[in-house]
Design a protein around this ligand. Structure first.
Ligand code: M6P
Ligand code: ZN
Length: 181
């Protein structure tokens, strides 16, 4: 079984690649300014993910690969971002590789300490054990990055949905700043 990965654009293609589209309507409650999100075009695409998972999620035996295309822009003063998640198996890490664009990887440990790492073309970011992660696009172009994780990892979205991150990447007078909440 094989698929194709375009190392220049990040595009994944072939049988077995699954595309997921996340629109404004899919990210209710994710942004600090929910009223600003609710006022936007609900069909506007915030990000797309092309994923290749050779074995079903949650089972042993494969490495997942995904390219995420995260759109530029803001909701209120907060940069457009992915929902973010912990891993169900906390002893499973992840790796993010930036293809193009610019932004920040937002990382939060179980004690809710949050920090950011700048993503620029070619930057490589290990996501350590038990660390929640999401990405914010602070540039003017799509932020394209590739992620790798073990198939048995599993995604926990509920914890972030309920408690969020302890910091948000916001545009304060033209400068992206991690603002602690
Ligand atoms: C990265 C990986 C994927 C994830 C995607 C979108 O590509 O972490 O596993 O699906 O980002 O982020 P999220 O699933 O948190 O919306
Ligand atoms: Zn992950």
């Amino acid at each position: 079984m094989s698929v194709n990965f375009d190392a220049v654009t990040g595009h994944l293609s072939g049988d077995g690649v699954v595309e997921t589209v996340r629109k404004v309507k899919d990210l209710a409650g994710v942004f600090r300014d929910e009223a600003a999100r609710a006022a936007m075009d609900q069909e506007h695409v915030l990000y797309r993910v092309e994923a290749f998972e050779p074995v079903p999620e949650g089972t042993l035996g494969g490495v997942g690969l995904a390219t995420t295309y995260l759109m530029p822009g803001q909701v209120g003063d907060e940069y457009i971002l992915t929902r973010g998640h912990y891993h169900i198996n906390e002893d499973r890490p992840e790796l993010e590789v930036t293809i193009s664009g610019e932004g920040y990887l937002v990382l939060m440990d179980r004690d809710r300490n949050t920090h950011i790492e700048a993503m620029t073309p070619g930057s490589v970011h290990p996501v350590g054990l038990g660390i929640a992660h999401r990405v914010a696009n602070t540039g003017t172009e799509p932020l394209v990055f590739v992620s790798y994780w073990a198939s048995e990892t599993g995604h926990d979205y509920a914890t972030i949905r309920e408690h969020g991150f302890s910091g948000r990447v916001r545009n304060l007078e033209g400068v992206p700043v991690l603002v602690k909440e």
